[in-house]
Design a protein around this ligand. Sequence first.
Ligand code: FE2
Length: 362
Amino acid sequence: MKNSAKKRGSSSQLPQHEYVLDPSHDFAKVHEFSSCAPDELQAWIEKNPNQISEELLAHGVVIFRSTPFRTAAEFKSVIGSVFGDMESFQNYKGGLTSRARDKEEGVFLTTMVPPEAGINQHHEMSYLRRFPGKICFFCETPAEYGGSTPICDARRLIKTLDKKIVQSFQQRGVMYIRNYESVPGFDPKIFISWQNSFETDSKEKAEAYCRDHGMRTEWVSDKHLRVMNRRPALHRHPKTGDLIFFNHVNLANTYSSDKQTLSPAVRAWLPNISPELKEHFLKTSAEHQPMVIAYGDGTPVESSVLEEIAGAYGEIAVSFKWNRGDFMLIDNFLATHGRDPYVGKRKILVMLLEPTTVTADS
Ligand SMILES: [Fe+2]
């Protein structure tokens, strides 16, 4: 973790150190607290919601480090103090992977993607028409080993990427094609069923949900549902106007045009991939791949482009290692997040806030 020189906080009487995680790019503001009581910190947060919101716009990510908070109820209370009565996402329908909820407080746990798999950088739910404008993480239990959250400055990413790649996606948009079918060897926590994804056993309800959210459905067979939606690849931040490379190309694409190599997403998700599964991903046509992210006209993205995008994120990623009680507030436009593989009973809670709907389809 890169730290700038620490300084004593000046915005309140509360003892804290303020610094920026990546000072050379002014990315990710940290408030590190030491030896403060929960009610003291809660009071400080309640006094400073505007400052925190401004920091989020300026730095993309705001982290409360080493807080005395420990429970899901405290997590909800703190987030409520910062963002007021913002509606929390009530569901994760159409989501890519399995996601459980804390039984008492209703907040989500982070994805159930197995610990040995890494998760590439992404903007949360950017493949959907409706996505969270902000996401908040809270560390209830850190991993025994690994499990850091790498984050990237989206305003820097778009400048790091090859301009031709950005222009190409801007002009063509992206097409997300998901094939929900049962394939032997696929981990159902990564490649979930349509019933799990749309939280229903009713084909009619799943179809209606897709229709209402701008996704086309096609039953290839009784057990194979294909869902397609075309989205813009770039969005402007609703407040700052920054142009953001806002899509899921780097995370979920299991297919590349030349089929010579596994896509970066498959390599990250399935580090110990069996020979049979490797064969499947390399040999199976796009019609049977779990997630194909193509250009908007349906043309698969070249592997060289996927590699270039993954490389750009890797170049600018800043890693954050969790301690118990840490909070991370993310502007879902201004920053991407990922996850390192880990060992242990890591428990990170998440709230998806500020439902944002972009109706214009590219
Ligand atoms: Fe995520």
